[in-house]
Design a protein around this ligand. Structure first.
Ligand SMILES: Cc1ncc(COP(=O)(O)O)c(C=O)c1O
Length: 447
């Protein structure tokens, strides 16, 4: 009996790939042929079999300053030794305030408060709840509807998948939030394929919002949430004039506009945030990836002064907003965030993508005539290669490219039959060449 138990324990501990149910992963395929990363530095990962892997995705769009940054490691270590954790509710610690004060300096004037979360998904839930509660506190509680967009990705929690528009992420999860509607996505390959930067055509897709507003009556709508550049659905760049139109329609009807900048924030587009790139200022900006360079989980939700001030009423001893996380603005994440900002600022990383954007766009464009390539899209240091799906086997072609790339020492990311690229902002021109040369080699022979 004792022996059986011991054997069972041994069997369990050696069968160490089985226990972990991996997120957004083809678990069975992975566990048959694991792609293990065991170390990282600068632009590279190292695989378990000792190969250097060029990081074409900044981890998951989050390691913007590159891997293994000493300053962040030191700050995190020192913080754990000095103050490991402080209660997030009714108590504070200096670093959360310091980080908040520094972060808001990156926002357009008027967006000057920040609520901390631990992920993009939590930033989304927080932003949606702030929007609903804002109208309620203002005495306009009839505004309960949330409007998202087809193909939108706003994380995996219930609010996020409700306003999100990726079918696979929604269809197994019941009725979701009620009172949600969606405007059309902006993908229009017939008119915009192979656009460089923002597509020319499609500002009128924003008129969908007018239709939906008219259908439900403006007085019922709390907020519209979009990704300025839709990332996870396969990189959809907003057509020229589109975001401006959304802003104007929201203004006209007293609707809050929320930008989900979880991937566009922190230099991805070659400027600090998409609000800078597109010159459109929403009411709420959601961020996460990049806040701590991917080192420890953290998200940040930015709101306009008017939103914060609206909550600051009633007796002063009462909590104004019944929301928060045990780890909101925790000392270790805050220290990592401050050290990350130090690096971004010292190395000019939040604008470095802008200096490389043309070179990047040229490299991407050089793949145009390769087999199966049906569209290329880019903006800042983001690129997408859309492949013609194999008949009857959607996603297989891009997934094969992903596996081959890993074998050849390059990490890319795929959604559907789209390859998405978003390297750390420290990438060199030589590494951009290497990335596109490797992809060219793969695409040339891809079945
Ligand atoms: C636009 C957007 N919002 C939200 C999220 C969710 O972030 P997280 O995975 O940190 O919850 C993501 C993640 O890719 C995202 O791209």
């Amino acid at each position: 009996m004792a022996n059986d138990a011991a054997n069972a324990t041994t069997a369990r501990s050696t069968n160490n790939l089985e226990a972990f149910w991996m997120p957004f992963t083809a678990n069975r395929q992975f566990k048959q042929a694991p792609r293990m990363l065991v170390a990282a530095e600068g632009m590279h990962y190292r695989s378990a079999d000792g190969r250097k892997i060029l990081d074409g995705t900044a981890g998951l769009w989050c390691v913007n300053a590159g891997h293994g940054r000493q300053g962040i490691a030191d700050a995190v270590g020192a913080q754990i030794r000095e103050l490991d954790y402080a209660p997030a509710f009714q108590m504070g610690h200096p670093k959360a305030f310091e980080l908040a004060a520094r972060l808001v300096t990156y926002m357009p004037p008027g967006i000057d408060h920040v609520f901390f979360t631990n992920s993009g998904s939590e930033s989304v839930e927080t932003g949606l709840k702030i929007a609903l509660a804002y109208h309620k506190v203002k005495g306009d509680g009839g505004r309960f509807r949330l409007i998202g967009r087809e193909r939108g990705y706003h994380g995996v929690n219930f609010g996020g998948i409700s306003v999100g528009g990726i079918v696979a992420n929604r269809k197994h999860f019941g009725t979701l939030l009620t009172g949600v509607d969606h405007i059309r996505h902006t993908h229009d390959p017939a008119r915009n394929a192979f656009s460089r930067g923002q597509p020319e055509h499609g500002a009128e897709f924003a008129d969908d919002l007018e239709k939906i507003v008219a259908l439900h009556d403006p007085s019922t709508i709390a907020a519209v949430i979009v990704e300025p550049v839709a990332g996870s659905t396969g990189v959809l760049i907003p057509p020229k004039g589109y975001l401006e139109k959304l802003r104007a329609i929201c203004d006209k009807h007293g609707i809050l506009l929320i930008f989900d900048e979880v991937i566009t924030g922190f230099g991805r587009l070659g400027v600090p945030f998409a609000v800078d790139y597109f010159g459109v200022t929403p009411d709420i900006v959601l961020t996460a990836k990049g806040v701590t360079n991917g080192v420890v989980p953290m998200g940040a939700v930015f709101v306009k002064k008017d939103i914060y001030e609206t909550f600051m009423n009633g007796p002063e001893h009462l909590i104004e907003f019944f929301h928060g996380y045990t780890y909101s603005g925790n000392p270790v994440s805050s220290a990592a965030g401050i050290a990350t900002l130090d690096i971004y600022e010292a190395e000019g990383l939040l604008t470095r993508g802008g200096e490389l954007a043309d070179y990047w766009a040229d490299g991407l464009a050089s793949l145009k005539d390769l087999p199966h390539v049906i569209d290329l899209r880019n903006c800042g240091l983001v690129g997408a290669i859309e492949l013609e799906p194999i008949d009857g086997q959607p996603t297989k072609r891009a997934f094969t490219a992903f596996l081959e790339a890993f074998e050849k020492g390059l990490l890319i990311r795929t959604t559907g039959d789209i390859i998405a690229l978003s390297p750390p902002l420290i990438i060199t021109k030589e590494q951009i060449d290497e990335l596109f040369d490797t992809l060219r080699g793969i695409l040339k022979t891809l079945a």
